[in-house]
Design a protein around this ligand. Structure first.
Ligand SMILES: [Zn+2]
Length: 512
């Protein structure tokens, strides 16, 4: 159904009469003026940008690394050269804090035995807090469940004590009674000082990537709630703490009715010591002031971060999202040329390349919660994420681009984008991934989504995924530069229309 509509539109460009008719009917697109600048977005220009943005110097542009900083510096140099102004309150960059923690040391000592982090137990670095505690006893609270008729804490005074529980649910109890989140909540409410959870899976910790266990990824929100450190221990550690046999036999002995001493008088010493780092990655913002409607702003965005280096191998991210970054640079330059020639947009333009996308839309989350321009004056976000390649579904007919999210908040965006396409680019616009039931859920997977969360209409331009998606083989020589430039032009023409039309697109729909 939707494909039929787009074919009808693209047929219009085959006759000059139809083009004229389109312009007259709306008055918003003046092909000759817009095209004068749109056509400066050439395959050669985007190629030149992308060979630098996704080149080896940038080391894969991982957020909060040297590669990302180099990419930011390059983007700034291009915005400056184009004649934009710094877009973040007089600065080119909007820095935002991210955190990362690494383990310094952690041990559990019971009697004369010392157990090691990563081998005998682990704990979650991010939620764990500094701890150096000693106790003369351990309290065993079976599964640590309080629900219905079951109370594993019955008659136990655990306030300020170290408590050991088993993972999972008691036989006969429903599975949801055994969730670790519930058990932690219960233990917190009872003012338990530290929680030890014995699990046979802990015996596998040795084989895990020790570097990953000892260092968190970057994260945005510092958890300010009261912490309870949870240590996941092997049966051998549990046996040592309970003073009961060896690890292998302990759990089956309990299951077979062996009465665990509820209170074990073993001297215990737990140490958990981590170091935190605060990092300052950035979003890069270039600004082009509008004329009579300059208070209203049109955003064109792409993420400039990618996956960086993994085990010394560079993940270049040429398509993801070097292609979008290069497109933003050339679209910005085209608008700046128009302005220099006296054809500047009525609304102001903000060209923003964000970081943190691959870590979970962190840069766009930060921007939309710390906006430089009032969100109520932000008219649209046109987001470009991967537009330089052809996905397997379009190998035969490559003249396409996926359009996602264009009708979620405004009924006026799709007609604007389709008109720009019919007038200038003639793509087959593919709305497949706009289906809310599509299992890929791409609408939720790039930065425009954070703008949509604030009721700002968006369009997401996308080429679909391919075999090199998130692989070190997503490299510059595999990009189709004709397509990349033409898709960038579609974004340019749509932005041009929105920036120059009399009324901004109405927000009249609320699709999630
Ligand atoms: Zn990606």
């Amino acid at each position: 159904m939707r494909v039929f509509i787009t074919i009808a539109c693209s047929l219009l460009i085959t006759t000059a009469g139809a083009q004229v008719k389109l312009q007259k009917s709306t008055g918003a697109v003046n092909k000759s003026v817009a095209a004068k600048y749109g056509e400066t977005i050439t395959p050669a220009a985007v190629k030149k940008q992308l060979y630098i943005v996704a080149g080896p110097e940038m080391e894969g542009r991982e957020t909060a690394t040297r590669g990302q900083e180099r990419a930011a510096a390059y983007i700034i140099s291009q915005f400056k050269e184009a004649g934009l102004e710094p877009g973040a309150n007089g600065n080119w960059e909007q820095h935002y804090p991210l955190y990362s923690d690494s383990l310094v040391s952690s041990t559990i000592t019971a009697g004369d035995k010392t157990f090691q982090f990563g081998e005998d137990f682990i704990t979650d670095l991010r939620s764990g807090h500094q701890e150096d505690i000693r106790a003369s006893k351990i309290i065993f609270a079976d599964y640590g469940v309080v629900a219905g008729n079951r109370n594993d804490y019955d008659n136990l005074n655990v306030s300020g004590q170290i408590v050991l529980i088993r993972e999972g649910a008691a036989s006969g109890a429903s599975r949801d009674k055994g969730s670790i989140a519930d058990k932690i909540k219960t233990a917190k409410a009872k003012e338990v000082k530290a929680l030890l959870v014995v699990t046979p899976f802990a015996s596998r910790y040795k084989s895990l990537d020790q570097d990953k266990l000892r260092k968190t990824g970057v994260y945005m929100q510092k958890d300010t709630t009261e912490h309870l450190n949870v240590y996941y221990i092997t049966p051998a550690v549990a046996a040592g703490l309970l003073g009961a046999g060896n690890g292998d036999s302990l759990l089956s002995a309990i299951d077979n009715g062996w009465k665990v001493p509820v209170i074990s008088n073993t001297a215990v010493h737990i140490v958990f010591n981590k170091a935190g780092t605060t990092l300052q990655p950035s979003n890069v913002l270039g600004y082009l002031e509008g004329t009579d409607k300059k208070e209203e702003v049109v955003f064109v965005t792409a993420h400039y971060d990618h996956l960086g280096k993994i085990k010394d191998e560079i993940y270049y991210g040429a398509d993801d999202d070097g292609s979008g970054t290069s497109a933003v640079l050339e679209i910005a330059a085209a608008f700046a040329r128009a302005k220099k020639a006296g054809n500047g947009p009525r609304r102001s333009m903000v060209f923003m390349t964000v970081s943190g996308e691959e870590k979970g839309l962190l840069g766009s989350t930060y921007y939309t919660t710390h906006p430089v321009y009032p969100l109520t004056n932000t008219v649209v976000d046109l987001n470009i994420d991967m537009i330089g390649r052809i996905d397997p579904a379009h190998e035969k007919d490559t003249n396409y681009v996926y359009i996602i999210g264009d009708n979620k908040l405004s009924s006026e965006l799709r007609p604007i984008n389709e008109k720009a396409n019919a007038t200038h680019t003639g793509f087959k616009l593919d709305y497949k991934y706009n289906d809310p039931n599509d299992p890929e859920g791409f609408y939720y997977r790039s930065d425009h989504y954070m703008f949509a969360q604030h009721n700002i209409p968006i369009i997401f331009y996308f080429n679909g995924t391919h075999a090199d998606y998130h692989q070190p083989t997503d490299t510059v020589e595999k990009i189709n530069y004709d397509l990349l430039a033409k898709r960038a032009r579609l974004v340019f023409y749509t932005a041009w229309d929105i920036a120059n039309r009399e009324r901004k697109p109405v927000v009249d729909r609320h699709e999630k």
